[in-house]
Design a protein around this ligand. Structure first.
Ligand SMILES: [Zn+2]
Ligand SMILES: [Zn+2]
Length: 352
């Protein structure tokens, strides 16, 4: 038989048999274990996707696939079922991201770093909000995704890691503690970050932003979370805005040179580099509000320096990066012979 060659009708027959036998008898009849990866969603009910896909083969090819003949994930069962039009959901909720933990910490802080219960209206409201966050792909959200129970549980994980908590902490994760520490050391700033994330979600602004390709990259992060970085990057990539900034600088008779290192694309690349420079939005993420971007909020920055600014939080201003470059060069000049110090490498240029 050709594995995966099943029709929607075969799947419906397997679902029928599942309904008829009940989950336990269906699974044990064909030797399958309960699904740990993906579930099939059909008419408001969930089914073990791997077992259903395996048994659907019986109706097309005369025998069901054994559990060791297929995987439950995207390479087999989940993909075959999706291909014939079924909805697939992950059975495990995805890990909490920094943005989500920021909102949960904000709630915990507002509650005096005490846990909240699942029926607390603030928990119910946050649960609704988290479900609108454009962070986790649809297929990873199961029916339990960020439900009030899960949100209340998160407030337990967070508050029991607070330095004043008297009992034994649960096995929370390192990111919870990192975000909570940011709230403890900069409460007003982080509350403002949370407020901005909330506003961006309720206004629909964040749902319209495209995810950044670098989001899972360790070299691309900030304590303010992905959504505010997306907004920052969207603003500085805005073609019209960049054009206006470049025109304004040229009108003042200034060169298009990096404000941190002085690099001028035209000087190095000739006509190919003429008129090129990137823009960095200098207003800190928690201060950059919903309003329009002003030209004075943008700094001219070369691709290398831009990458270095975004590489690690806190992001240096162009002036801070300039002194960093200068002090590194001074130290470097003392350490290495002058001829090798004269030609700095520009690897990584054109990363964006
Ligand atoms: Zn530069
Ligand atoms: Zn930037």
């Amino acid at each position: 038989m050709r594995k995966g060659a099943i029709t929607r009708d075969d799947v419906l027959k397997a679902i029928d048999e599942y309904d008829h036998l009940g989950r336990d008898r269906f699974l044990s009849k064909y030797g399958y274990k309960p699904a740990t990866g993906y579930l099939l969603l059909h008419e408001d009910r969930t089914y073990d996707s791997k077992a259903i896909a395996g048994v659907a083969h019986k109706f097309r090819h005369g025998r069901a696939l054994r559990p060791d003949e297929l995987s439950g994930g995207r390479s087999h069962a989940a993909r075959w079922l999706a291909k014939v039009g079924f909805l697939i959901r992950s059975s495990r909720s995805p890990d909490w991201t920094r943005d989500e933990i920021i909102l949960a910490c904000d709630l915990a802080m507002a509650n005096g770093w005490k846990r909240l219960e699942f029926d607390d209206p603030r928990v119910v409201e946050l649960s609704d909000l988290l479900q609108t966050m454009p962070i986790h792909p649809e297929e990873q959200r199961n029916e339990l995704f960020r439900n009030p129970n899960g949100v209340a549980r998160k407030t337990v994980d967070i508050t029991c890691r607070h330095p004043d908590y008297p009992g034994k902490p649960t096995n929370g994760n390192a990111l919870d503690v990192e975000v909570m520490n940011a709230f403890l050391s900069r409460p007003a700033e982080m509350a403002e970050v949370a407020r901005q994330i909330r506003n961006g979600l309720t206004s629909g602004e964040f749902q319209a932003l495209l995810p950044e390709a670098e989001e899972d990259d360790q070299d691309f992060s900030a304590p303010e979370g992905r959504l505010l970085i997306r907004r920052h990057r969207t603003r500085e990539r805005d073609k019209g805005l960049r054009k206006r900034k470049i025109a304004a600088v040229l009108r003042q008779g200034r060169r298009l040179a990096c404000e941190a290192c002085g690099f001028d694309f035209e000087t190095t690349y000739g006509p190919r580099g003429a008129g090129y420079i990137e823009c960095h939005h200098v207003v800190p993420l928690h201060e950059a509000g919903e309003g329009r971007t002003k030209l004075s909020d943008l700094a001219l920055i070369c691709a290398n320096c831009h990458r270095m600014i975004h590489r690690r939080a806190p992001w240096p201003t162009p002036a801070e990066l300039r002194s960093l470059i200068q002090s590194t060069a001074t130290q470097g000049a003392a350490l290495i012979p002058p001829q090798s110090a004269a030609a700095p490498s520009r690897a990584g240029l054109g990363h964006y």
